[in-house]
Write a protein that binds this ligand. Sequence first.
Ligand code: CTP
Ligand code: CA
Length: 224
Amino acid sequence: IGAALGAGPLAGRHVVVTSGPTHEPIDPVRYIANRSSGAQGTAIAAALAALGARVSFVTGPASVAPPQGVEVLRVETAQQMMAAVEAALPADAAVFAAAVADWRVANAAGRKMKKDGSGRAPALEFTENPDILARISKMRDGRPKLVVGFAAETDDVVAHATAKRARKGCDWIVANDVSAGTGIMGGAENAVTLISDGGAETWPRMAKDAVARRLADRIAEALA
Ligand code: CTP
Ligand code: CA
């Protein structure tokens, strides 16, 4: 309703949200991917739009549909996601919920790779992708006032996420435990800890939509 009326606590604010996995090609028909559904990023974009924000939603090939009421910018690779984020700036805030592939295939083939009959498998070489969150966090000019990253960890969640926040230079990290058995990767719920200057705040496990609404409320407070 807020967005429809041009009202709400985030009216007049622009927020960039990344979401979903990236796909990194091996050849024209094959790629490396990950298990991100895009559900959490999609819910965050929807919650921000519901508070009146103009949202640039930069999404990899997600399995959930993008929300209504946002500008959808579809990308495939991490490099494309980086370029789309930079093109979408300036923004008041940026939320990096995408599960960006850390590496891409350096020796990706321009044509479909074929078995050569020798029984030997091809050797893939990898190169590191740009770190979108770190690059935007460390911008000298035009940095969004609030930069929020995610940290998907399988062990020592708060310690790893706190170190990640310092290393990347973002304002907040939303840390979650994605170890097998939590059902969080691809599931409907999330259990997160919000790490900021003020320390670590653990939220109860709740629906991804509810995490998104709570985070959007906090973003609105921070930008007020
Ligand atoms: N991220 C990003 N660009 C990348 C990698 C990660 O923007 N190339 C962002 C993610 O969207 C997330 C945050 O950085 O908000 C942390 O991602 P994560 O994979 O947990 O961190 P990494 O620095 O890649 O460390 P790790 O080795 O634990 O994967
Ligand atoms: Ca990573």
